[in-house]
Design a protein around this ligand. Structure first.
Ligand code: SF4
Ligand code: SF4
Length: 102
């Protein structure tokens, strides 16, 4: 027995509008959250490249593109950004994953 009328649900696996990810706030899924340590950041942009969503904020208005933090409305807490952040290899992490206490 279905408790939800199926006619009220969108069909899965279909992108009805290209580039619509920004409209979906998926940040409330996470249990962990990245913390940025700006003094250790070398602005390599690996976190921006590897992030599976649009959760890394950048400023590309200057001579060099720089990271400016996270967009927590979209961050799922997957930790991929922290895994690919080069300063961690030298023991100076620029991204630290912590428990999300929200
Ligand atoms: S991957 Fe790390 S060092 Fe590179 S821009 Fe992101 S936070 Fe900064
Ligand atoms: S934790 Fe995952 S979703 Fe959040 S900024 Fe890092 S890579 Fe993107």
């Amino acid at each position: 027995m279905s408790l939800i009328p199926t006619s009220s649900l969108n069909e899965g696996g279909i992108i009805t509008e290209a580039g619509n990810a920004a409209a979906f706030k998926t940040g409330d899924w996470r249990s962990n959250v990245p913390q940025w340590v700006p003094e250790n950041c070398i602005h390599c942009m690996f976190c921006w490249i590897y992030c599976p969503d649009s959760a890394v904020a950048i400023d590309n208005t200057g001579e060099k593109t720089v990271m400016t933090g996270f967009v927590f409305e979209h961050c799922k807490g997957c930790g991929i950004c922290a895994q690919h952040c080069p300063p961690a290899a030298k023991g100076k992490a620029a991204i630290v994953m912590v428990r999300d206490e929200k």
